[in-house]
Design a protein around this ligand. Structure first.
Ligand code: AMP
Length: 280
């Protein structure tokens, strides 16, 4: 069984990475790991000779009003889970390492970051693309694994890698859900029992829209309306957006003709949850 090595500094990361067999598969995370993250690590294990995981709660992708300080952390437990899942190297840089004084370079993807999460969380994707570029530059993986849970993030990263000619294959893994359908998320730990139950409206409304689609419904407004109605019927839920968009461009649709993305952000109490489903 391989032993998980842990590093913090970039020089230590580079030295450890240089000793690992290639191809290197990389899984960037913010920690407090669950089965969703571990599915990416296992897939990386299958598809690469070495697996590097980073845990970094990236301050630049949080707005001042977001949950940066409250974001759950448990490094010891995460390391044990990663060891079990077969990762070789865990990199846990500090904010000071990633953003030293006088940091002033940003990576910005244009069009794809405008709607949906980008509209509701200004600056979020700039933080994501900047940190992922820095992580990629340090780790220099051949493959990187992301979750479909963050569908827009996956699309933005793909675009960035293409636009900037990064020699990295991006692999997107399906959403891992709890038995009752709730998409796994580190933020689910914020939910009290009543909220945990209420949080099912996300997956339920997506399932209802998918079922209507399967029966032949192709009007996007009808599908958005169905999802909205189910979410609004839940007293603990506050809808931020529902979307029925083109899978590639993320532009809102009138009719569903090709591959489409149903997605939403919903506050359950004070916890902001996202979920999505691909149609067609
Ligand atoms: P995070 O720690 O939330 O930044 O997530 C790290 C990676 O895990 C991202 O690529 C996420 O899309 C992915 N991920 C998070 N939750 C899930 C899930 N339920 N299923 C699949 N992938 C996930």
């Amino acid at each position: 069984m391989n032993v998980l090595r842990k590093v913090v500094g970039i020089k230590d990361l580079r030295d450890a990475r240089a000793a690992l067999p290639e191809p290197v598969g990389f899984v960037p995370t913010m920690g407090f790991l669950h089965e969703g993250h571990l599915s990416l690590v296992r897939r990386a294990r299958e598809q690469s000779a070495s697996v590097i995981v980073s845990i970094f709660v990236n301050p630049t992708q949080f707005a001042p009003t977001d949950d940066l300080d409250a974001y759950p952390r448990d490094l010891e437990r995460d390391a044990a889970l990663l060891q079990e899942a077969g990762a070789d190297l865990l990199w846990t840089p500090t904010p000071e390492i990633m953003y030293p004084p006088n940091f002033q370079t940003w990576v910005d993807v244009d069009g794809l970051t405008q709607p949906l999460e980008g509209e509701k969380r200004p600056g979020h994707f700039r933080g994501v693309t900047t940190v992922v570029t820095k992580l990629f530059n340090a780790v220099q993986p051949q493959k990187a694994f992301f979750g479909q849970k963050d569908a827009q993030q996956a699309a933005v990263i793909r675009q960035m890698v293409r636009d900037l000619n990064m020699p990295i294959e991006i692999l997107i893994q399906p959403i891992v859900r709890e038995r009752d359908g709730l998409a796994m998320s580190s933020r689910n730990t914020y939910l009290n029992p009543a909220e945990r139950q209420a949080a099912l409206v996300l997956s339920k409304s997506l399932a209802a829209a998918q079922s209507a689609y399967k029966k032949g419904e192709r009007n996007a407004e009808t599908l958005r309306g169905m999802m909205e109605e189910i979410i609004k019927a839940e007293p603990l839920a506050r809808l931020e957006y529902v979307s029925c968009a083109d899978y590639d461009t993320l532009e809102e649709l009138r009719e569903l003709t090709g591959k489409s993305l149903l997605s939403m952000a919903v506050y359950i109490g004070r916890t902001r949850l996202i979920d999505n489903r691909v149609l067609g």
